[in-house]
Design a protein around this ligand. Structure first.
Ligand SMILES: [Fe+2]
Length: 292
């Protein structure tokens, strides 16, 4: 994938506006695919359906060509500790790396105990730095990006700049402001949204996307912070129809599918493709965004 980068700005004027973009060079990113699972809610209503669906997703993912799995939170339902080992038993069957973040249903201490001691992490694949951080709270549906996390995110973006990597940021609760007919759950300006978007602006052209779970409404997103795509992904447990498709006042994008499933994301060919994958059915609905 050819991605446009501004060339270095020479001279005094250039040095005064030396930004992340100004330092970047034009280069080619290899095409690759990965999978996004979210909101598995293992143990929901004390039933077996969520674990059966997680097993089905794991089997499909094993047979698919994606390089790794992102799980965007709400691993178990309502903090049920006994469900984490059950989740992990299926996870262990997946033949590629799996990287989770907690959701508001996942107590941090249990996430650390069963999934990964360090909550906020990053990893690199194909020239893209994937930065995963917890912005959820067990007591709220809203998101919170705390000052120490903002400092850490600054260091992660600086490291990406140094390594000339693109960046994808993953957290359970969307940062983007939204109201009815969306759920109205997001990071308020006073809870870190203002500083977070200012940070993105400093690294414009480097950050490709913000990926979230939490809404259980299929693929839903916004592109008004272009070129950053902010997207929510379908639950692997249940999705609810909030009549977003063809809603007259709705800004952003919606993919017309609400079946239980996951998403295959492909970066390449100058675009990002979000392909909805309903469990046991063909992938037909998708959203494509040019990356430039
Ligand atoms: Fe959820």
């Amino acid at each position: 994938m050819k991605v446009h980068r501004r060339a270095f700005l020479g001279g005094l004027a250039g040095s005064l506006v030396l930004t992340s973009r100004a330092l970047a060079a034009t280069r080619t990113l290899p095409e690759f695919t990965f999978h996004i699972v979210t909101d598995t809610h293992i143990g929901r209503q004390d039933g077996n359906t969520p674990i059966k669906q997680w097993k089905a997703a794991a089997a499909e993912i094993n047979a698919a060509p994606g390089a790794f799995v992102l799980h965007l939170g709400d691993v178990v339902d309502s903090g049920r500790e006994a469900q984490y080992p059950i989740y992990m038993d299926v996870r262990k069957t997946i033949n590629k790396p799996v990287h989770e973040i907690p959701g508001n249903h996942d107590p941090q201490d249990l996430f650390a105990k069963y999934i990964r001691p360090q909550i906020d992490i990053s990893f690199e694949h194909g020239g893209v730095r994937f930065v995963l951080f917890n912005n959820s709270d067990r007591e709220s549906h809203m998101g919170f990006i705390k000052p120490p996390q903002l400092e850490w995110l600054k260091s992660e973006l600086a490291a990406a700049e140094k390594a000339d990597q693109f960046v994808v940021l993953c957290c359970h609760v969307p940062v983007h402001t939204n109201t009815h007919p969306d759920r109205g759950w997001y990071v308020k300006p006073a809870d870190g949204q203002t500083e977070f978007y200012a940070l993105l602006e400093q690294h414009k052209g480097r950050v490709l996307g913000l990926f979230h779970g939490h809404f259980h409404n299929g693929i839903r997103g916004w592109d008004d912070h272009k070129p950053v795509i902010e997207s929510l992904f379908p639950s692997c447990c249940y999705n609810q129809d909030r009549k977003l498709v063809n809603h007259p006042q709705l800004a952003g994008f919606v993919v017309d599918d609400l079946r239980v499933g996951y998403t295959n994301v492909t970066l390449g060919g100058g675009k990002m493709t979000l392909a909805y994958k309903p469990l046991g059915a063909e992938s037909t609905a998708r959203h494509e965004t040019a990356i430039s």
